[in-house]
Design a protein around this ligand. Structure first.
Ligand code: ZN
Ligand code: ZN
Length: 117
């Protein structure tokens, strides 16, 4: 799927998500509310991401789909061993292990534990 993502749109969605008002994920296959949020960080000041289908888009860029990874994390893990980014590997945010085991996003996996969140 494709869509344009403008600064104005991000600002509008940012305002809603900061007020804890869910915004619908742009992926038509994804109907999970409260999984799509706006984010800001130094390298990418304006972007959005959906933790249910992996949709990711920065202002002015084309949408991407991130990869989701899983491992049996040895530490108490707030993401239940799952992590994600747009590359072919990902460092676990809890234990730092490099993850390469790609798994399906909850939108494509009826048994995914994130469905119960
Ligand atoms: Zn989604
Ligand atoms: Zn870990």
């Amino acid at each position: 799927m494709d869509r344009e993502y403008t600064k104005e749109q991000w600002e509008q969605e940012r305002e809603l998500t900061l007020r804890d008002t869910p915004v619908k994920c742009p992926n038509p296959k994804c109907d999970k509310l409260r999984a799509y949020w706006t984010y800001t960080q130094k390298a990418v000041p304006m972007y959005c991401m959906c933790k249910f289908c992996g949709f990711w888009q920065a202002v002015g860029e084309k949408p991407k789909r991130c990869n989701m990874f899983y491992h049996e994390c040895p530490l108490p893990n707030p993401r239940k061993g799952y992590d994600w980014n747009a590359n072919d590997s990902c460092a676990c945010q809890t234990c730092g292990q490099i993850l390469t085991n790609k798994v399906k996003w909850p939108v494509d996996d009826p048994d995914h534990p994130f469905r119960k969140l």
